[in-house]
Design a protein around this ligand. Structure first.
Ligand code: SF4
Length: 446
């Protein structure tokens, strides 16, 4: 990621529905993340914390767990990509991904095919709307640590896994495969939430020897996705950080961050909080298909304005920049953000790890068939001939003339719009409050 300062420096689609048999890798991930008793309880009773309108579902699909084990055979996989035996699945209103391809840990795939009666198209058309499902996560810690040299934080907290915003390019999609879900429609419709996250965070902050450094809130998935309106887990995390005087960097594509303006204003006053608003386009039509449930571009600009007016330092994150699709807007995005009150800026070149290659290509060919080939060719130009690059130092900015030009354009636009401020947070204020204070704070919630 190129930055100017440290804070910035379901229902599987019929055509590709995968038989839910997971590999041992997935089993290990599940064992690490989930308490088996809790999973069993959820399956028996459903999730009691479901917000209105949400639907509960077994996690992972019961069939998948029965199939786990040493004896799982590895079955040759049919060719991936658009199903050759069936028409493509329909575009789901309000969803980013078009299909639900099997994750990379699955060992069985099934493909729908038309057996001569030509009924598949009718079957697809009859699919009911895809409801969002929520599932509890029984993680035992709140903070995730990272050693990546090309991000500016070493720790993060993510109250949710999966993201209903459904951005088609989201680099967090492949992580859903570790839960036995598809990085496609499952990622945006099966959301895992961590009900104990604030409590777990407080416990970690109280550990002897804990040293404060900025925590990234929403580094993986958006902390202000729609579910936050009812679960308020992000707010609970912020309340803990506020009491501990712990610095926090929030990244979001939602104007929902304004609901916590009272806390953020207070923390920013002590140099403990800043916000990155991710803005990829000013074109509502492009945003609607590319990030179907994230805030509209004008709402994100309003969020920048209101945060800035409240004294909360804001940066704009033009991420991702997609060659030939939204990168032509880079200068306009930075100018609009600066006008709204942003003080810093950053950008990231599109990344397409794992299953994202297929999902993004499918989306591109659906919504922009006339320029899909050109966009993919430009992406390859910035990734040494491939669609993705994993090397530290290159994965966020790419290589080659096109990537270099984008970097120069960014620097020029950031400087030209005064988006060069280094927003430093204060780690020296961190202090562990007495237990009695913590109990009082909790009691005040009732
Ligand atoms: S808002 Fe962020 S986390 Fe959510 S889908 Fe979009 S890119 Fe992914």
């Amino acid at each position: 990621m190129r930055r100017l300062h440290p804070q910035d420096s379901g229902e599987p689609a019929a055509a590709t529905r995968a038989a839910p048999v997971a590999a041992r890798t997935m089993l290990h991930e599940l064992a690490r993340e989930l308490d088996p008793q809790e999973v069993a309880a959820i399956e028996r009773a459903g999730s009691p914390e479901l917000p209105p309108g949400a639907v509960s579902a077994p996690f992972p699909p019961a069939g998948a767990r029965r199939s786990l084990g040493r004896g799982v055979p590895t079955i040759p996989q049919p060719p991936r990509g658009p199903a050759h035996l069936a028409p493509p699945p329909p575009v789901r209103k309000g969803r980013g991904a078009r299909s639900n391809p099997a994750g990379r840990f699955e060992t069985l795939l099934s493909h729908a095919f038309d057996d001569g009666w030509e009924t598949l198209a009718a079957d697809f058309a009859a699919l009911p709307p895809l409801a969002t499902t929520t599932l509890r996560d029984a993680s035992r810690t709140a903070i995730a640590w990272n050693r990546s040299p090309d991000v500016d934080f070493d720790r993060s907290v993510n109250p949710y896994r999966g993201c209903e915003h459904g951005c088609i390019y989201c680099y967090a999609r492949p992580s859903h495969a570790t839960l036995g879900f598809s990085p496609g429609l499952d990622f945006e419709s099966r959301i895992v939430f961590k009900p104990e996250i604030a409590h777990l965070l407080e416990r970690q902050l109280r550990r002897p020897g804990y040293t404060a450094r900025p925590i990234a809130l929403g580094a993986n998935t958006d902390p202000y996705q729609p579910l936050e309106r009812t679960l308020t887990l992000t707010r609970a995390v912020l309340e803990v950080l506020q009491r501990f005087n712990h610095p926090v960097i929030i990244t979001t594509k939602s104007a929902g961050v304004l609901r916590d303006l009272d806390i953020l204003r207070d923390m920013a006053g002590r140099r403990l909080a800043c916000v990155n608003i991710s803005l990829t386009t000013l074109d509502p039509a492009l945003a609607r298909t590319m990030e179907p449930r994230a805030a509209a571009p004008h709402r994100r600009l309003q969020a920048i304005e209101q945060l800035a007016a409240a004294g909360v330092p804001v940066s704009v994150l033009a991420a991702p920049m997609i060659p030939g699709l939204n990168d032509t807007e880079l200068e306009r995005i930075l100018a609009a953000a600066a006008k709204a009150g942003a003080r810093g800026a950053g950008y990231i070149l599109l990344r397409l790890p794992h299953e994202l290659k297929t999902l993004f290509t499918e989306w591109l060919e659906t919504h922009y068939p006339d320029r899909a080939a050109h966009v993919l060719s430009l992406i390859r130009e910035t990734r040494a001939g491939a669609l993705n690059e994993t090397k530290f130092g290159q994965r966020h900015s790419g290589t080659g003339p096109y990537a270099d030009l984008l970097a120069r354009r960014f620097l020029q636009a950031a400087r030209g719009n005064g988006l060069t401020e280094r927003i430093g947070l204060d780690c020296t204020r961190f202090a562990v409050p007495a237990e009695a204070d913590a109990e009082r704070a909790q009691m005040s919630l009732f």
